[in-house]
Design a protein around this ligand. Sequence first.
Ligand SMILES: Nc1ncnc2c1ncn2[C@@H]1O[C@H](COP(=O)(O)OP(=O)(O)OP(=O)(O)O)[C@@H](O)[C@H]1O
Ligand SMILES: [Mg+2]
Length: 306
Amino acid sequence: MSRPAELMHTDLPGLLHRGKVRDLYDLGDQLMIVATDRISAFDVVMNQPVPGKGVILTQMSRFWLELLPPCNPHHLDYVVQPGRAPIGYEAAVDSLAGRAMVVKKTHILPVECVARGFLIGGGWKEYQESGRVSGIELPAGLQQAQRLGEPIFTPSTKSNTGHDEPISFERAVEIAGEFTASLGMPASAGRDAMWEARRRTLDIYVQGARYAESRGIILADTKLEFGLHGGQLLLADEVLTPDSSRFWPADSYLVGTNPPSFDKQYLRDYLESIHWPKKPPPPPIPVDVLEQTRSRYVEAYRRLAG
Ligand SMILES: Nc1ncnc2c1ncn2[C@@H]1O[C@H](COP(=O)(O)OP(=O)(O)OP(=O)(O)O)[C@@H](O)[C@H]1O
Ligand SMILES: [Mg+2]
C-alpha cells in the first residue's frame, strides 16, 4: 500500500457531527461518514494523525460488508473515489477518496449491539463483580481474556456522553420498542428489530472471528449498530474495525493476562512510559511511535484482506 496523504479533520459544508475519529455530513437522504487519521488512546484524541489510518478503516468495513452474508442488508451505498463524490463535494474528492462512505440515513436503534467471544474489558469487570455479563450467567472460575464456550450478546445503552451502560437483552428489546413508538411506528417493530439485531450481531461476530483467526488475528469482541430504513433493518456505522472491536495478535494470546492490542499497543506503551495522566491535553507523540502504529493498521488489513 503506498503511503496516502494524511487527513486530521475535514471542514466541508453540511457537517453534522464530529466524533473522536469520524466526521459526519448530512447529505439529505444520505450521510457521508469520513474516517480521518485521528487516533484516540484512553479516550483522548491525539494531536497528530496516523497517516492513512482512516483509509484502512474504511476499506476494512467495506471488506467485511462484502464478505459476510449476515451484514446484508447494510447502509453502504458507495465509497468516495475519483469520479464518484456526492454533489457539491467534488472539489474535496482527493482528501475524501477511499475514506468517506456515503450511506443511507437510518434511524439508529439506541442500543449498542455488542458480541463477545472472550472475557475482557467491561465484560471481565462485570463478571468479577457478579458472575454475569449483561444479565447472562457464566460458569464460575473463568479467567481474564478466557475464550467463552459460545459468544454472547451483551448490549449496552448508546449514550452521547460516552459512558455506555450494560443492559440485559430484555431491556434492549424494551428500549427498541419505545424507540419505534416514538417514531410513530408500532412498538412491536422495534422489539422485532432488536431480536433480528441480536441474531445478526452474533452471526457477524462468529463468521468474522472465525475468518480473522484463520489469518492470525483474534477478534475478542465487537460493537455493531443497526438502523431502521424504509421497513428494513440495516447494518450501519463501521464494521469489525480495530476502532469498534478488540483485535489481538493470535500468537501472543495468553489466558489470564490482558492481551496487547494489535493496533494501539505501541501508542499505549509509549503513553504509559512517559506517565501521561490519561487526560487532555495529549502529549506530543514521537514520529516513530506514529509510524509503528501506522504499520500495525496496515498489517491488520494485509492479514485480513491479503
Ligand atoms: N447509516 C447511518 N444512519 C444514521 N446514523 C449513522 C449511520 N451510520 C452511522 N451513524 C452514526 O454516525 C455516528 C458516528 O459518529 P461517532 O461519534 O460514533 O464517531 P466516532 O469517530 O466513531 O466517535 P467515537 O469514537 O466517539 O464513537 C454515530 O452516532 C452512528 O450512530
Ligand atoms: Mg463511534
